[in-house]
Design a protein around this ligand. Sequence first.
Ligand SMILES: NC(=O)C1=CN([C@@H]2O[C@H](COP(=O)(O)OP(=O)(O)OC[C@H]3O[C@@H](n4cnc5c(N)ncnc54)[C@H](O)[C@@H]3O)[C@@H](O)[C@H]2O)[C@@H](O)CC1
Ligand SMILES: Nc1ncnc2c1ncn2[C@@H]1O[C@H](COP(=O)(O)OP(=O)(O)OP(=O)(O)O)[C@@H](O)[C@H]1O
Ligand SMILES: [Mg+2]
Length: 329
Amino acid sequence: MALGPRCGAIRACRRVLERAFSLRKVHSIKDMENTLQLVRNIIPPLSSTKHKGQDGRIGVVGGCQEYTGAPYFAAISALKVGADLSHVFCTSAAAPVIKAYSPELIVHPVLDSPSAVDEVEKWLPRLHALVVGPGLGRDDALLSNVQGILEASKARDIPVVIDADGLWLVAQQPALIQGYQKAVLTPNHMEFSRLHDAVLRGPVDSDDRHGSVLRLSQALGNVTVVQKGERDILSNGQQVLVCSQEGSSRRCGGQGDLLSGSLGVLVHWALLAGPEKTNGSSPLLVAAFGACSLTRQCNHQAFQKHGRSTTTSDMIAEVGAAFRKLFET
Ligand SMILES: NC(=O)C1=CN([C@@H]2O[C@H](COP(=O)(O)OP(=O)(O)OC[C@H]3O[C@@H](n4cnc5c(N)ncnc54)[C@H](O)[C@@H]3O)[C@@H](O)[C@H]2O)[C@@H](O)CC1
Ligand SMILES: Nc1ncnc2c1ncn2[C@@H]1O[C@H](COP(=O)(O)OP(=O)(O)OP(=O)(O)O)[C@@H](O)[C@H]1O
Ligand SMILES: [Mg+2]
């Protein structure tokens, strides 16, 4: 009992030190341009000698009866950013709907099948990255299949971007991705709170977003974490980057799916390019910074044209121009 106030003081002191530590590593706004240059370095050149598939074969795991838009947004964004092939692994009810949105996607109605893990595992050798969670829902049987898919992906060292209901699964079982260096988590405000609560056993310190993201990443064994918000905070437990690329005040659903789908491609490109191209920075952090900047720029451009009526489809229509503006200058 007598130690109570002293413990409180020690905790407060530790918090101040940690905050100073994390702020020292925080990426200042003037570094944004330098980091954008690193993103430019990882983008593979277009070339007439490449074959289809070389610039990225991406899989999206998600899509159920309720949510068909989210996996579509993620998968089409991967293609629009520059992947060559984009697959969706969804439930049987979602598949015809997603196919009907776009002839460009390859859609596998397998996620609610008893052999879902085997069905997806067959494709893993042909995929460069997986985006897990957009529109997945929270059905226990589906989540159990996705657990198997994540384990199979880790065994093959395939990079995974985990978003939306994939983060719900990780909050139930953080051990699933603990220490996996090729995982990137992309939580929104609520998803971050749930993860923080599950992993660090306490509420987020809203006065110290940088420190909260840094600590969550460290507690997960340096898994890369991207906390989306007014400014996106990114950390791999060692470095903290901030993306404040101008977007807009329009917050329609689906913007996060554009981000996770784009990130699937950029993660593949960044790992292929390696740390020489990223000047020693973590390739996954550079990829995540690229995807955040691109999503926000799409939002900015779409808002200029459509104002309050901007939707995620309008943002996807801006991917090409936004990409050119940010990365092909
Ligand atoms: N068209 C579609 O099919 C879409 C489906 N979606 C899917 O919907 C499912 C649930 O995703 P949710 O993102 O709703 O996840 P959650 O069920 O965790 O809900 C997030 C909640 O947090 C609230 N919120 C967001 N930012 C906040 C902030 N800064 N402060 C306080 N509250 C905040 C939102 O209004 C929302 O109610 C996922 O599978 C997701 O992929 C979404 O991606 C949106 C588009
Ligand atoms: N207040 C804000 N100001 C500017 N940009 C924001 C703001 N909040 C989020 N964003 C941007 O919007 C994008 C999506 O973030 P958001 O928090 O909406 O994700 P989400 O809730 O997962 O979206 P989704 O509806 O697709 O599930 C990110 O690129 C983020 O940078
Ligand atoms: Mg989301």
